[in-house]
Design a protein around this ligand. Sequence first.
Ligand code: 9D3
Length: 246
Amino acid sequence: MQIGVVSLFPEMVAAIAEFGVVGRAQRRELISLDIENPRDHTTDAHRTVDDRPYGGGPGMVMKVEPVAAALEALKSKLPRGCPVVYLSPQGGVFDQATAKRFSDLPGMVLLAGRYEGIDERLIELHVDEELSLGDFVLSGGEIAAMAVIDAVVRLLPGVLGDDESAVQDSFVEGLLDHPHYTRPEEIAGKVVPEVLLSGDHAQIARWRNKQALGRSFLRRPDLLEKLDLSVEQQELLDEFLKEQRQ
Ligand code: 9D3
């Protein structure tokens, strides 16, 4: 997959391709990452990328011409038809389904804003999709672009090893994960649940499914409402809630 990013802080975005899963994907040439700085596409002596908002008010707005030129530079390097995605608090919320959709594309261009955002005409002329990470305030779009890159790249074929595979047991999809434990067996008076030491793989799977359902019910009821629980899952959840009350 060919990924393009427009950012006034290119070094910040480049860091994503140095570490971990995305770093390995770039070294193995499963992805390419091209970053264009609008400042390198200015034509004035001061290299101006922002200006005051028409209508007044605080803050600055990113100018059309340098951002449009940066976008065009990327579009000439990437496959035809790659979507331009603007990261902004006004976008719909990015989720796993969106990550999956992007992972099926040959490329994508991510546009990270700074200041109060970009001139609205850039959105009308060049942006295909506007996405947010959720209802909190960031200082710019770079961290959001990096989150999208991370979520998408780990879904690409061959990026994850068998050990870390993103392919989940279908039973568990749409739920929170179960708790995890490693050695030692006891620490600070806290012990590992006995079933995990039993070697009974059917019972271990049952316990993990029950924990995933119970935690999802308690912490993220919105996730459970989207699912149609099987009779078996409903029984496991009832059992979790009974044990919870004891
Ligand atoms: C007048 C209020 N403005 C500043 C507090 C609004 C504002 C402008 C620009 C708020 C945030 C930003 C920069 N944010 C992003 O570029 C951004 C973002 C976010 O802030 N939260 C969640 N997802 C995203 S995606 C891009």
